[in-house]
Design a protein around this ligand. Sequence first.
Ligand code: AMP
Length: 513
Amino acid sequence: MTNHLFDGLFSDVAPQATLAVLPQGGEWTYADALEYSARLANVLISYGLEPGDRVAVRVPKSIEAVLLYIACVRMGAVFLPLNTAYTGSEVSYFVSDSGASLLVCNPADRTSYSDLALDNNCRLETLGTSADTGLAVGSLIDATGQAEPSFENVDRRASDLAAILYTSGTTGRSKGAMLSHENLLSNSQALKELWQFSKSDVLLHALPIFHTHGLFVAVNVTLLSGGSMIFMSGFNLDAMIEQLPNSTSLMGVPTFYTRLLDDPRFTRQLVAHMRLFVSGSAPLLAETHIQFEETTGHRVLERYGMTETNMNTSNPYEGERRAGTVGFPLPGVVVRISDPDTGKQLVAAPNNAGTGVGMIEISGPNVFSGYWNMPEKTASEFRDDGYFITGDLGKIDADGYLHIVGRSKDLIISGGLNIYPKEIELVIDDQAGVLESAVVGVPHPDFGEAVVAVVVASGDELNSDILAEEIKPLLARFKQPKLIKIVDELPRNTMGKVQKNVLRTHLKDRFSA
Ligand code: AMP
């Protein structure tokens, strides 16, 4: 039997080598991981799951949750991780849209999710972490006790689906990006080579695992290289300072780096032995890049990717890591810049260098096959020749480095998480006393951007505090506005479109330190 992703990821691992060290105590070898994922795969089969079935997972970060992903790969299910900040109504949408056969949630959420599971004909099981012991608990963990420790992997080809990752929807509806075995494997192979990961690497893992960065980039690259991870349950500055001396590499969002730089314990000496610092998911300010080098002597390696495409470009490992750029296309990936309106490729000098600003378009084995159940949306985001229209605006400089200059789709990135204004506007507009709203991202010293809602009342009675309370249960915390401003009218251009740039300019210093 061949299982494309599993066979690739585990092709060169030593059973007794360490896969993960848990700062709270405990260690997992590759042999442990193989056995535990076999048990989990047997448990999933015992639930009646079949290849192609979706397994929705909204659980706190743990190694067992990573092994649940591996178990899905092994038995052919489609792993569907969900942000732990999502509310019940959001989870309900993902379960019903994906037609998930199994929802795995934190034991504490079992009661509140039982109706939504029942309504969607979806089995409900639990996986969490005990507050007392720090060990994994839940019905799924209990079931592994009786399960067989070996498993014959299900045949899976390169084009079979391995995962669905939901992005935020520009029209308010989230879209499930379908990622194949080959999308994931080819990308981790390219990154491993480029970033020179090896068995001697110890990656400090502090990213969430419901997102492509922490799950696919960090975990898959580690597995493929046979290295290990210090597996933290989340970002914690003290724990990170404590663990950096034991690590060789760190993958982070820009907020990690600004927070580390703000801490006097983060010194050149603390990280003198480190091999690599990678940043992505949001722009790393050139200023942060420079300050990081001044403090540590290391240059952060910035890369660019997205849920739909995995990673697209990276600054070089050897050679100049240029601040404010996201480097060159990964091997096998083609990046081109087009006119956003006509789709016509901008004329570039030899090597595709020196373009003007336009839409970034991508093709390669990393690019997803489409949005789950949304053939029209999928068709509208691909060019006829198969290039994916990223929605990011950028240019390629004379030396071939890609610069991202903006987001055509109004995306807000707060604390490394993507937020589409439209989704929040729809919720706000639904509330009593609201005529209309516009949501924008405003520079914020800690989060990169903060969500601000500018709201027009339909009558006299609208209170921003009450409105904030009303929308709280309807939106994940990271999407809730940090400021709600009530105004008489929204600025509009002659075509009647709301001028969000005017709002952004007006509010740009609102959170400055
Ligand atoms: P996600 O789908 O959550 O991974 O978000 C993808 C989006 O994050 C991209 O379309 C970009 O707009 C943005 N992004 C990712 N990496 C970078 C980066 N290094 N610099 C600027 N924006 C980035």
